[in-house]
Design a protein around this ligand. Sequence first.
Ligand code: EPS
Length: 373
Amino acid sequence: IRFLTSGESHGVQLTGIVEGIPANLEIDLDFINNELKRRQKGFGRSERMSIEMDEVNILSGVYNGLTTGNPIGLSIANRGQLRGSTEITRPRPGHADFSGAIKYNQTNIRNILERASARETAMRVAIGSICKLFLRRFNIEIYSHVIEIGGIKSKKTLYSGTFLDEIKNADASPVRVIDKKAESDILGEIQKTSETGDTLGGSIEIVANGVPIGLGSHISWNGKLDGKIAQAIMSIPGIKSVEIGLGYESCERYGSEVHDEIFYDGNGYYRITNNAGGIEGGISNGEDIIVRCAMKPIPTLKKPLNSVDMLTKKVALAQVERSDVCAVPSASIVGEHMLGIVLANEMVEKFGGDSIEEMDRNFKAYINYLSSR
Ligand code: EPS
C-alpha cells in the first residue's frame, strides 16, 4: 500500500491517493467521516475546528460501495481558506518555518508553514480509515488514549492487556484521558495555559488488537515491523519519541523483568505479560501491539518567543498565528491511523491481496497452519 497527500492548510482542499487496497472491500463512508470528526475534537483546539466540517469525497477506486483495486482518490475541502495574506518573515522556533524557508529558498514563510501544518493529517486519517475498515475484515482493531498532557499523568498508563474496554471508551473524554482525576486536572491546565498564551504537549498510547503472529520480519533492517511503525508515528507533526511496549523503561530493568515468558495450554501459546508490546525481532508475536509516543508543545505561541526577521535580520518576536493550545487528543487519533496504514500494508504483503476474497483464503489457510504449530 502506498499513499500520497497534497494540499495546504488554508488552500482549496486536501487531496489523497492510496494504491494497493484489495478489490471488493466494503467502504463505509459514515465510518470514515466519523473518524475525521474524532480527529477534529479535543479540548484545546483552535477555533478553526469550529469552521472545518471535515468530510471526505471519494473520487475514484470505489464503485457501488466496494473498492475496485484501482487507486482510490480522495478529497477533503478546506473551509478556512486564505487569500492574499501578508508575507511572514519571522520564523517560529520549533516550527518548520526557519529551516524550510532556507531549504526551499522562500522569502515568504507562509509557503512553508501551510504545508507543515498538521491540517495535512486529516487526509492521513481518511486514508487510515480505509485501512482500518480493511483490518477490521481480519478482526484487527486499533484504539488509543492520552496518557499525559503538560506533565499531568493518567493513572492508566502502560497498557498490558488489562483495561482495553476503558481505552475503547476514550472518545467519551474531551481530552481522551480515561482517568477522571487526571482528566479534570488536564482540562484546568489547558484552560490556564491558553490564558497565558502558551501551549502544551503530552503523550499517547496506541493499541492494535487482533494482530496475527508474523507481520514484519527479522531478516533485514527495513523489514522490521517496529522500525516501520516508528517511522510512521514519528512522521506525525510534533512527535518527538516513539516507544514499543515497555520502551525506554526496559533499559533500566534486568532481562528477567523485561522479557515475556512463553506458556502453552490446549488452546495454544500465551503470555501473561506484554512488555515487548507485541513485537519481537521485528515480527508481531500475536499479542496486542502497544505504541507510545510523546508530542512536543505546539510551536505557535500567542506570547511569542524571540526570533529574527529574516528580511531585516533584526531581532523580532516570532510570528503569531491562530493555533491550537494543545492537539495531543487529535494526535492520538492520527496515531491510530498511521499504525493502521502500516499494519494494512503488512497484511497485504503477507497475505497477497488483489481481492479481499483471495486474502480471506490465504488468511484462513495461515490460521489453520498456526493451529498446527
Ligand atoms: C495548525 C493551526 C491551526 C489548526 C490546524 C493546524 O489552524 P489555523 O492556523 O487555521 O487556526 O487548527 O489544524 C487544522 C486545521 C486541522 O485540521 O487539524 C498548524 O499551524 O499546524
